[in-house]
Design a protein around this ligand. Structure first.
Ligand SMILES: Cc1cc2nc3c(=O)[nH]c(=O)nc-3n(C[C@H](O)[C@H](O)[C@H](O)COP(=O)(O)OP(=O)(O)OC[C@H]3O[C@@H](n4cnc5c(N)ncnc54)[C@H](O)[C@@H]3O)c2cc1C
Length: 1011
């Protein structure tokens, strides 16, 4: 079926339904040769059971005798022994119990065979589920008979099982009447049995047909005037029954119907053509059926001798030059088969219109299963999972076809697939528009403005859905992908999105049942996101961030098609109710499409500004790196931090640093304002980097892995901004390369260091050197063996104005006089290997050229150093908080207390809501501060920076605290990152200055503002 052609078809509505309503899930059986249908005078068909519907006792006995080395024929002889008064017939009339029967029957068998016969074992086999199974051909026949309105009955000599129930391994629902000898006390061939059955059916003998495998039973029926069929084997019996009834009893080829008058093709010339093609043994009669789908390119089922084929042709009449290109379908299927994609095997392309009136091609008929209902009813969760995985894999296979090797490089235009598609469908929609549909108008504006950058050009199927796949009946193997009419070269993600449409439709959707209201986890069906990730993982492509765009486009396309259907239904013969319903579907689909557009808008708003595609790509790569490398490394890194080697760097971190460098995820922190030429970093704005920090914040280990952790970031920025070329060469380069680490020493135990002007440590000039003396603490990172530089803040001139007394010196860590007294702990944690050191600087002598910017400039530098760093800290806190909330939600859903999940407890709900609100508030404030820094500079952003320092750490502290509470005691353990998040958030209410200082700063600035 071709969606594009549908719009040109006068049978649009019917075709549409043919595409989406491919009936019930059905098995494509071997083709049916029936060419006429009819009713006849029969009203009921009566079946014997053993030997007709299920294997006969005689046949079961023969096998059993071989296996048990019992002389052949023993059981059969015993069954008929004694005639009406033998144990078998008595058992059938329920005159003896099962136990008595087995005793008598056993004795009889032993007498006949002159050996002991374990009849119990035969009886068990006879009544076992393995053996007592209805023949499928009979099940099919009964279904067809009943479908024609005829009655069905079972008339069986039957017996009771030891459990007191009669032996009836059949589905009762298939029969109107069941007559059993053990219930009636009469056996066939007693005429009473037949009469009873006819009476219950309410039928005359002449209206009935009786099938049995035993001559006497048939004779008795015939003598009453019932038509009879002797059953030697079920297949032949069904054929005979068909002849009597005059309609087919084998299921027809699914999704076919007799060829429509207007669609007939000349059989004689086709047969001749096929004989030439297939060889002379391919002689008639030629059977022809038409598939329900394939309105655009009529499609036929052919059976000729042993060959089963499918013919697909152009429609008759004048066609647009590029339309109905069966040649293209033939070409793509041939090429794909050679490339290993499962497609029906194409046999021949006939471009000579003289044969059947138009060009056509032939392919082998491929029997298999088509799953029409995406929820796959009747299957196990593991089978559903396997079906969807196979679907995903086959799509990957299509998209991985090497265009050059397959000779398909010119099969379509390269690039801009979506842009062209959007324009096509806008045009189609406009051509069939009947009234203004607001979401369609919005989409027509929105789609062209949000076109994705096509990552690659591959073969695209154009209409890839579960019901276009033919599956193996017993395994989850895709035997063939059908319907290649829309195939071209294009953006493969359009196919992925189109295969997820059903995920968003309700199960009651009139055109195609959807999965929206199904519990996919319970069903074992991957969610659309999981399906998409599965695809990305398998193809090795990076998950695109604008997946919502692709979904919006896919639904828009369907909405445009539906509008075409609607317009035609208005002018056609459809009832007004049908037309109205179709019209509503257009609106429904366009609303779905717009929902995705809105989601995409929010995603852009929340994740990355719409500018700079390169930054968005970086962001995506970072997220993937986190998923693939950082999160999985957590257990090992945590183990290292608790081990005896904790004060040495983790080799895994070093390894991940190299990987991050190779991925270009390195030194992303330096703002473009500080490094406009991108000499040292990625040249991101503060806003852009803020989004990356949010991602990095979801793991405590991440910042170092990307060389974006404090205090190194602040120190590097300080060197870029204020360092001399020599200072940069000596310190900045090793820091940027991740070969060295650094620390920052300002805080002093003896003074309130929230006021930086309190600093007492002295920096004295002596003999062309600076000599340092002071007592510092909370020097983060100083214990790491890789720490080579300490940025030291001290007083050079205690008599200068208050903010010009301080200076900053670059102190090599191997300078004599630096004595680390002890590592401090944060809530008992040492934060190894960097730690937080208490340090004495005694007569530490540093060359004068190590002074940054000049004496007395320390305070100014400290202020400049902190702006971007505060954004980093705060956005990482947002990351911690979002992760904590995610963990909290998952826990609250799965944890039961007092008979209901935590999530149903009011206080937990309130905590979740409160946390979400606080995170969003803080996040927007941080992004605003970053934005002001970008557009107006750090000074103008001072108020914003102070506000976020005031807000973000305490928000993160509260959110993680609530998450810990929802986790119970586990939240405090190191099994989850919550305790560490909490500790970090708490510490950040001091680091970079206590909350109160920022609050005071905000108040002061606020009071200065006029409005
Ligand atoms: C984990 C961690 C890492 C750190 N890393 C470093 C580092 O690498 N280098 C470094 O130099 N320092 C570091 N620090 C220290 C940090 O910068 C200081 O703790 C902070 O500046 C506060 O100084 P203080 O501890 O001397 O507190 P104080 O200045 O003594 O203040 C104590 C309290 O007084 C109150 N207060 C102070 N000022 C005001 C005010 N204006 N209004 C009202 N109340 C006020 C507040 O409640 C405040 O918490 C780190 C701290 C922590 C916890």
């Amino acid at each position: 079926m071709c969606l594009r052609r549908l719009l040109q078809s006068a049978r649009l509505q019917r075709a549409w339904r043919a595409v989406f309503v491919k009936h019930v899930q059905g098995r494509h059986q071997g083709a049916w040769r029936w060419t006429h249908s009819g009713g006849g005078t029969y009203r009921a068909v009566i079946f014997d059971m053993g030997g007709v519907l299920i294997p006969s006792p005689g046949r079961v006995a023969a096998e059993w005798e071989v296996q048990n080395h019992i002389p052949s024929g023993t059981i059969l002889k015993a069954l008929i022994s004694g005639g009406e008064n033998g144990p078998w017939m008595k058992f059938m009339r329920a005159e003896i119990t099962t136990e008595e029967f087995l005793q008598k029957f056993g004795r009889l068998c032993s007498e006949i065979s002159k050996t002991s016969v374990p009849v119990d074992s035969f009886f068990s086999l006879l009544t076992s589920e393995r053996v007592a199974k209805q023949f499928p051909v009979m099940t099919e026949a009964i279904t067809q008979i009943r479908a024609k309105g005829l009655q069905t009955a079972v008339l069986s000599n039957n017996f009771y099982l030891p459990n007191g129930k009669s032996f009836l391994p059949l589905d009762w629902k298939q029969f109107d009447v069941v007559v059993e000898s053990c219930l009636e006390g009469v056996c066939k061939p007693d005429a009473r049995m037949y009469k009873l059955c006819l009476e219950r059916l309410g039928r005359q003998p002449s209206e009935s047909i009786f099938l049995d495998d035993l001559g006497p039973n048939l004779k008795a029926a015939a003598s009453l005037g019932i038509h009879t069929i002797k059953v030697h084997d079920p297949e032949t019996a069904v054929k005979e029954l068909e002849t009597l009834l005059g309609f087919p009893l084998r299921m027809a080829v699914p999704n076919t119907h007799p060829v429509r008058k207007t669609m007939e093709i000349p059989k004689d010339s086709l047969e001749k053509y096929l004989q030439d093609l297939l060889g002379t043994q391919a002689t008639g009669p030629l059977e022809l059926l038409q598939f329900d789908h394939g309105q655009s390119n009529p499609t036929y089922y052919i059976r000729l001798a042993k060959h089963q084929l499918v013919l697909r042709k152009k429609p008759p009449g004048t066609l647009l030059p590029s339309a109905h290109a069966v040649e293209r379908e033939f070409r793509i299927m041939k090429a794909l088969a050679n490339a290993g994609v499962p497609v029906p095997k194409v046999l021949d392309l006939c471009e000579d219109s003289r044969v059947i009136g138009t060009p056509f091609y032939l392919m082998e008929y491929c029997p298999g299963l088509i799953y029409k209902d995406p929820s796959l009813p009747g299957l196990e969760p593991s089978q559903r999972q396997a079906i969807y995985t196979a679907m995903n894999r086959v799509l990957c296979k299509i998209h991985s076809v090497d265009l050059k090797a397959a000779g398909l490089e010119d099969y379509g235009k390269h690039g801009d697939y979506i842009a062209r598609q959007v324009q096509t469908w806008i045009k189609q929609y406009r051509a069939s528009e009947t009234s203004t549909i607001p979401p369609m108008e919005r989409l027509i504006e929105w789609l062209p403005l949000h076109l994705p950058r096509q990552q690659q050009t591959t073969v695209v199927h154009g209409d890839f859905r579960l019901d276009n796949l033919l599956f193996h009946p017993e395994t989850a193997e895709v035997l063939a992908v059908l319907d290649w009419e829309l195939s071209t070269l294009g953006d493969p993600l359009a196919d992925v999105a189109s295969s997820c449409l059903a995920h968003y439709l309700p199960s009651s959707f009139p055109i195609q049942p959807g999965l929206r209201d199904s519990d996919l986890t319970e069903l074992g069906i991957p969610t659309a996101e999981e399906y998409f990730r599965m695809y990305c993982l398998h193809t090795g492509i990076r998950p695109t961030e604008n997946w919502n765009f692709y979904m919006a486009f896919s639904f828009f396309r369907i909405a445009a098609i539906l509008q075409g259907v609607y317009k035609r239904s208005l002018t056609g013969r459809a009832s007004s109710a049908t037309a109205e319903q179709t019209g509503k579907l257009t609106e429904f689909m366009s609303n779905l499409a717009w929902d995705f557009a809105v989601k995409e808008g929010f995603r852009v708003f929340k994740e990355m500004p719409a500018t700079k595609p390169l930054t968005r790509e970086l962001y995506q790569r970072l997220k993937q790196f986190m998923e693939w490398h950082v999160y999985p490394a957590k257990p090992e890194l945590q183990h290292h931090q608790a081990s005896a080697e904790k004060w040495t760097p983790s080799p895994l971190v070093e390894d991940l640093k190299e990987k991050a460098k190779a991925e270009g995820l390195w030194n992303l922190f330096l703002p473009v304002e500080t490094d406009p030429e991108k000499k040292y970093g990625a040249g991101l704005t503060n806003v852009e980097h803020a989004h990356l920090c949010e991602v990095m914040g979801t793991s405590l280990y991440a910042p170092e892995i990307f060389n974006c952790s404090a205090p190194d970031t602040g120190n590097m920025e300080l060197l870029v901004r204020y360092g001399t070329e020599e200072q940069k060469a000596r310190w900045l380069i090793p820091l940027l390369e991740g070969k060295a680490l650094s620390c920052f020493a300002m805080t002093e135990p003896q003074v309130a260091s929230s006021d930086a002007t309190n600093t007492e440590s002295s920096i004295r000039e002596e003999d062309g050197f600076y000599v340092i003396n002071g007592h510092k603490w909370w020097v983060s990172g100083i214990l790491d063996p890789r720490c080579q530089l300490c940025v030291f803040m001290g007083k050079t001139d205690p008599h200068a104005p208050r903010h010009q007394q301080q200076s900053m010196l670059l102190v090599p860590m191997d300078t004599p006089g630096i004595n680390i007294i002890r590592p401090l702990t944060v809530y008992g944690l040492e934060d190894a290997p960097g730690g937080h050191g208490e340090v004495l600087f005694e007569q530490v002598c540093v060359p004068k050229e190590n002074m940054v910017l000049g004496p007395g400039r320390g305070f100014e530098i400290a202020q400049g150093r902190l702006g971007p760093g505060r954004i980093h800290h705060c956005m990482r806190l947002i990351g911690y908080s979002k992760r904590a909330l995610a963990l909290m939600k998952a826990r609250a859903k799965s944890r039961m207390a007092f008979g209901k999940p935590l999530v149903e407890q009011g206080t937990v709900l309130a905590d979740i809501a409160q946390s979400r609100v606080e995170i969003e508030q803080a996040r927007l404030l941080v992004l605003k501060a970053a934005h002001v820094m970008d557009v107006a500079g750090n000074k103008a952003a001072a108020l914003g920076i102070a506000m976020i320092k005031m807000v973000a750490p305490s928000m993160a502290y509260r959110v993680t605290d609530r998450a810990i509470q929802a986790f119970g005691a586990a939240g405090l353990s190191s099994d989850y990152p919550l305790a560490q998040f909490f500790t970090r958030a708490r510490a950040l209410r001091f680091a970079d200055g206590p909350d109160e200082v920022h609050r005071a700063a905000v108040a002061k600035m606020e009071l200065k503002r006029c409005s």
